[in-house]
Design a protein around this ligand. Structure first.
Ligand code: MN
Ligand code: MN
Length: 306
């Protein structure tokens, strides 16, 4: 499945996609648990064993990964990025009766079904993490494109369900970080660039505070504080993911976002073999082939409207 002939960028893109799925599969076991509950039942949760409130089979993934794959497939098929490509992809995804689906995501897709409008109404309240968790295909499809194209692509996929300034700012920051990681940037540059910009515009994203974030909810600021804390204060892919999912809360999604970032930064070769083996093979294959296909097709043209 993993080839030594891949270029550094291919290894990072595949690392990001497998990282997303592995973080999702690992975190789902402890989703909605508190750190104390995790400690009581797992001591330290670090194996992909399934279970959790969704009663997943070991190695299976949730909406974080399957929405990403749905978006990426649709982009490859369309050969372009416009808001309707994303909306149709999510609509078709919801018809597959996914194992989990967030309220904001459901509402946005129903709005599209009812109106044909691929942009949900602005919502000042609901700054969920659902648009951030599925942003990877947009990043890969815009590899080699101008920053403006990537920013527009992030909005296209995000606003189908999450039309909220905080969700958009967080998603954009993660997109820039993954793009920098794929270009071999150092953590110091990431902190000084996208993270500093995000925190200065929205201080609620500030991390490394006392007390540190624990039990992060699906609120984008809590999610990203957990992800930043895990990524910037760890040396390896494995350490990052274990730290993040053991915070509990929306652990499949913090795991997915941390996995995409750490996978892009450390590359696929840094992912522990036991986690690669544990991931459901059809999911692993889909992540690898889609990462490579999106890179090969990139940059896809990003249209401003349908
Ligand atoms: Mn999920
Ligand atoms: Mn989740």
């Amino acid at each position: 499945m993993i080839s030594s002939r891949w270029s550094p960028v291919q290894r990072r893109a595949v690392g990001a996609y497998l990282g997303l799925a592995i973080g999702d599969a690992l975190g789902a076991t402890v989703e909605f648990m508190t750190p104390q509950e995790i400690k009581a039942s797992h001591v330290r949760h670090k194996e992909i064993i399934g279970g959790g409130w969704l009663r997943l089979k070991a190695g299976h993934v949730t909406d974080d990964t399957t929405m990403s794959l749905a978006l990426g497939d649709a982009l490859l098929q369309a050969g372009r990025f416009d808001p309707c490509v994303a909306a149709h992809a999510f609509d078709a995804w919801m018809r597959t009766k996914p194992v989990d689906i967030g309220n904001t995501v459901r509402r946005g897709i129903l709005h599209f079904r009812r109106t044909g409008e691929p942009c949900s109404p602005p919502d000042e309240q609901d700054a969920g993490n659902g648009s951030c968790m599925r942003v990877l295909p947009a990043i890969l499809a815009c590899h080699g494109a101008a920053e403006e194209a990537l920013e527009l692509a992030c909005l296209h996929q995000g606003r189908v369900t999450h039309h909220n300034p905080l969700a958009e700012a967080g998603t954009w920051c993660v997109a820039r970080l993954v793009r920098m990681a794929m270009a071999d940037a150092e953590p110091g540059e990431m902190l000084a660039g996208p993270v500093a910009a995000l925190v200065s515009a929205w201080p609620i994203f500030r991390f490394r505070t006392r007390p540190e974030i624990s039990h992060p909810s699906g609120f984008i600021a809590e999610t990203l504080r957990a992800v930043f804390q895990g990524f910037f204060d760890s040396d390896t892919f494995e350490e990052c993911l274990i730290k993040v999912v053991n915070l509990g809360g929306d652990a499949d999604t913090t795991g997915a976002i941390a996995g995409m970032l750490a996978g892009a930064y450390h590359g696929v070769e840094a992912i522990p073999e036991r986690w690669l083996q544990a991931l459901h093979p059809p999911v692993a294959d889909a992540c690898v082939s889609q990462a490579l296909a999106l890179l090969a097709a990139s940059p896809l043209p990003v249209m401003s409207t349908k």
